[in-house]
Design a protein around this ligand. Structure first.
Ligand code: SF4
Ligand code: SF4
Length: 303
């Protein structure tokens, strides 16, 4: 890292709860006074660029090869079929007396390489994704990861894109995590200084929130909670607010016009919707505890 920087991750257990909307707005708001880098770690479905209206013409694309697949030397292969038999993922099948790979089923486990008596199989790195970088019109760079369809290794792609994000001089990274609790989420959260968790007042939203919270607590990351679409179930919202106690940060209203705005590539902060005002007041509260002092370069009151 070129200098000390604060990493603020926006996470959710469930997809579709407003994580990228909140991340994009926070990046724009913090960028007014801070040197920000926006990082999209949702490599299976990266959409931070859409919320920032920055989908066209990336400045730079960096290939990533974090998975391996077998390469079979058919001249050495005698067609014994052992590799096909031992592949637990059914990624190999015999065709015309020789093994043929289905790359979409292959997990790169290496069992076929080990088992082959003729040493005809070698695991080779393959490009499974890319990192895309763009200087946004809001005066901060966006670093985004993209795992290619059918590929494995999402957590490793996130680790690589975070290394790229660290190359930018900044005092604050706003990170859009993948939903869920899998490898990309763990890679997104592992060195975070703070997590803003966002949920919606539905039984599945709350249940998934508890799951991601286990990861957040594992890494001992201080966190606060935002409830999106709070008015679709005010009773459950009240219960979640009570449960969260001092961790509760704010709520955002449900509004169909938000979907219209994003489909028109209009960032939420460039609308006149109620959600805009609600997000700004959430931002003001975040600033109070993630108070990054540009002059002294200290991190205050993170808990
Ligand atoms: S185990 Fe080796 S020799 Fe046997 S079919 Fe597979 S590649 Fe060919
Ligand atoms: S690397 Fe593993 S999953 Fe892929 S073909 Fe070989 S045994 Fe099957």
């Amino acid at each position: 890292m070129k200098n000390q920087k604060l990493k603020l991750v926006v996470g959710s257990g469930k997809g579709g709860v407003g994580k990228s909307m909140l991340t994009s707005a926070l990046a724009m708001l913090f960028a007014e006074k801070n040197k920000v880098v926006a990082v999209d770690c949702d490599v299976d479905a990266p959409n931070l660029a859409i919320w920032l209206n920055e989908i066209k013409l990336w400045d730079k694309k960096i290939p990533v090869a974090t998975s391996v697949k077998p390469e079979i030397d058919l001249n050495k292969c005698d067609g014994c079929g052992l590799c096909v038999e031992k592949c637990r993922f059914e990624a190999l099948k015999m065709e015309d007396g020789k093994p043929k790979l289905n790359p979409f089923l292959c997990e790169g486990c290496g069992a076929c390489e080990v088992i082959c008596p003729k040493r005809a199989i070698k695991l080779k790195p393959v490009q499974n994704g890319e990192i895309r970088i763009k200087k946004t019109k809001y005066n901060f760079p966006l670093v985004s990861g993209n795992l290619f369809p059918g590929e494995t290794g999402s957590g490793k792609v996130v680790s690589e894109l975070k290394k790229e994000a660290d190359k930018f001089e900044s005092d604050l990274q706003i990170i859009d995590s993948a939903p869920g609790t899998g490898c990309p989420v763990i890679a997104s959260l592992q060195d975070a200084n703070f997590a803003i968790l966002i949920t919606e007042p539905t039984p599945s939203g709350f249940s998934d929130l508890l799951r991601v919270l286990e990861v957040v607590n594992h890494f001992r990351i201080p966190w606060k909670l935002v409830i999106n679409k709070w008015d679709i179930n005010p009773k459950l919202t009240d219960e979640i607010v009570k449960w969260a106690g001092k961790k509760f940060l704010g709520k955002i209203s449900y509004d169909k016009k938000i979907f219209k705005a994003v489909s028109n590539l209009t960032p939420i902060l460039e609308t006149n919707l109620r959600a805009k005002k609600e997000i700004i007041s959430i931002f003001v509260r975040i600033r109070k505890f993630v108070d990054y002092d540009q002059t002294s370069k200290t991190k205050k009151d993170l808990v």
